[in-house]
Ligand binder design. Sequence first.
Ligand SMILES: [Fe+2]
Ligand SMILES: [Fe+2]
Length: 257
Amino acid sequence: MAYTDNYERDTYGIIAFWLRNDYDHGRFFDREISHYETELARANLNNIQRLGRVWEKAAKKEGDIGTLLNEAHHATTEFHSLLAYTMDKSLHCEVIISTPVSLLDHMVRESEESQRVYKLIESGAKISPSDAIIHECVFWIRQMADHLGYIRHYSDVSNYEVNFQVTEMMQKFERLLLQANALQTMIRTPRNETLPILTQFKNMIIKEAKSLEAFKLELDDLIKKCAVATTSPPDLLEHIAREAHHLWRNLEEEIIT
Ligand SMILES: [Fe+2]
Ligand SMILES: [Fe+2]
């Protein structure tokens, strides 16, 4: 699994994960901006370059964590603004892009999650295992359902069987999200203990995320061999496989990163 070769879970590795996430989003978005939108394309390109530079620093573990967090925070804030501004434009039908609004929103939410993680690292705040499990599930299960929606969005209509399977998997994750939302309100704060119901749910999500990761990597292989008709960016499946991996690793450790 090539993509886990540079997936590390020390502090630098976690910052690198999130920076790379934004960097990839910028690259994917770049393919979907109409040539009429020169200003947007240029602004996005500047963000890609800036995020790429900070990501490289994090990946090489250069400099101290404080400086890196500061640079990551600034680069992410700027990219977040561009995405949120474009999403608003899109809702007003004032921009020519092929990116769905929900996909812009998906990227905005991941950018916001990265800011939460940077703050957590900075403050060194302790989160109870129960709070961490609930947070990770509520945040990531929606992202996982979205990913399946985007696989279908890019997949050619002629892939009838695959598209049907992907839809079924998406609906499964939508149900799991409802369950995560239910657990979030049923298990009240302060969450000082981890109830068996939550542990059981966590184990189910770890299993589901692992098999989703495997499915994404299978599809990744086919797309890279050009063996399936899709307009997906070639490394999108690797990107979302990495996110599934991140989810189950966080759940196993019962932490927010
Ligand atoms: Fe992402
Ligand atoms: Fe995602």
